[in-house]
Design a binder for this molecule. Structure first.
Ligand SMILES: [Mn+2]
Length: 194
């Protein structure tokens, strides 16, 4: 069973994340930001992850809360993936949501990189600042040691675009960490290591 737990406590936030890649039984998410909870739940649901996420702001600065939650999520995923043996490694998903169409492509080979091109022009989406969205993906990718490219292919409604992005990233990730039954070696790299 691939699982990871992280407790990250700083002067700014207190974040606890428990993830289970292979047991989607429970999903409890509380960050205090409704739209962020909504997006994280969409991610966990579509990645088929069981999770408990409790994030509390200690300094009332929203940027810190969102960033530290993404860092803890990435660290918990890195722990859950372990040696990353036997996995497909790459994943891709394009997800429509009415007017919106978003593509996410993932590499779990240990290279931390993120590029988010969603063309968000609204300052806020519900109670979440748009500028946080690429920062969440970047912090998550850095600490999970994965490469993530997210592109808006179509769409005007920013709620649909952003929700589509989280769902696409989730489906791409789930495909990438799926166990590959045809893998001839346990590491999906010609180097024999990530
Ligand atoms: Mn929604």
């Amino acid at each position: 069973m691939r699982s990871g737990s992280v407790r990250r406590t700083t002067a700014e936030t207190d974040v606890r994340v428990d993830l289970s890649l292979d047991d989607p039984g429970t999903r409890e998410i509380r960050t205090g930001l409704a739209m962020f909870d909504h997006l994280l739940l969409a991610f966990m649901f579509h990645a088929r992850i069981g999770c408990r996420i409790e994030a509390r702001s200690l300094d009332a600065i929203r940027h810190h809360l969102v960033e530290d939650t993404a860092i803890a999520l990435g660290q918990a995923l890195d722990a859950a993936l372990g040696e990353r043996t036997g996995i497909v490694r790459y994943g891709e998903a394009s997800i429509p949501m009415d007017d919106a169409l978003v593509r996410a492509v993932v590499d779990l080979g240990g290279r931390a990189w993120s590029r988010t091109a969603l063309d968000l022009t609204h300052e806020r989406i519900e109670d979440l600042e748009s500028v946080f969205v690429p920062h969440v993906f970047a912090s998550f990718a850095q600490h999970a040691r994965l490469t993530l490219h997210v592109d808006r292919l179509a769409g005007d409604d920013p709620h649909h675009v952003v929700e589509g992005a989280f769902k696409a990233a989730a489906r791409a990730c789930a495909r990438a960490w799926a166990i590959d039954p045809s893998a001839s070696t346990s590491i999906a790299s010609t180097k024999g290591t990530y």
